[in-house]
Design a protein around this ligand. Structure first.
Ligand SMILES: CC(C)(COP(=O)(O)OP(=O)(O)OC[C@H]1O[C@@H](n2cnc3c(N)ncnc32)[C@H](O)[C@@H]1OP(=O)(O)O)[C@@H](O)C(=O)NCCC(=O)NCCS
Length: 178
């Protein structure tokens, strides 16, 4: 568990997600999906069942190169970030990162705190060498954040995302750990 003081003075508590977070996480994903056009799903677009989410969390917990963090202010789930290590041997040194913060808490440093924890975890992990992520090329806030943490653009996939009939490019960004 890690406690962080946000820019507005509130305390954010970060900890690994547990199976008992499943229902709250599904509600959280269905909310944040509608708060921006920068995810692969929109409002109420998370269709996983509570049991499916529990199974996912169980599997994540078992993998030594994966870490799913949740952040709470008091009882409220306000942010989450997932680092998912690859299973296949020849790509096992890679992991994929995803991150979200509830909109009313944007700009307070929550994502920076989550990223710092995940990067620390990845650097301490014996297997991991590269963190990958995908970001909408017009998501300036997220790109700023990733660059600040040392990520660099590795490539661009044109028209990768489609939202409401409009296409957006995908920036593939990497952080090389050593
Ligand atoms: C992207 C996201 C995770 C950032 O979370 P956050 O808690 O607001 O991030 P932080 O407060 O830690 O940092 C935001 C940084 O972006 C900067 N920023 C804010 N608006 C910006 C903009 N329009 N352009 C560039 N930088 C911007 C802030 O100044 C801050 O940088 P700093 O620490 O150097 O001052 C959050 O906005 C979010 O969940 N967005 C919707 C989902 C999403 O886009 N997820 C990422 C998918 S790849």
């Amino acid at each position: 568990m890690k406690k962080v003081i946000l820019k507005d003075g509130r305390e954010l508590v970060l900890r690994p997600a547990e199976e008992s977070d499943a229902e709250q996480l599904i509600a959280y994903m269905n909310l944040v999906g509608g708060e921006s056009d920068f995810l692969t799903y929109g409002k109420d677009g998370c269709r996983i069942s509570a049991e499916g989410e529990r199974q996912f969390l169980r599997n994540q917990t078992k993998k030594s190169s994966s870490l799913f963090l949740v952040g709470f202010i008091g009882e409220e789930l306000v942010c989450s970030a997932n680092l998912a290590g690859e299973s296949k041997k020849r790509i096992a040194h890679n992991c994929e990162l995803g991150i979200t913060v509830k909109k009313k808490y944007w700009g307070l440093g929550a994502a920076s705190a989550l990223l710092a924890e995940l990067i620390r975890f990845a650097k301490e992990n014996e297997t991991l060498q590269v963190i990958h992520l995908d970001v909408y090329a017009n998501n300036e806030r997220a790109i700023h954040l990733y660059r600040k943490c040392g990520f660099q653009v590795a490539g661009r996939l044109k028209k990768y995302f489609q939202v409401g009939g409009q296409y957006y490019d995908d920036l593939v960004m990497d952080l090389y750990l050593s």
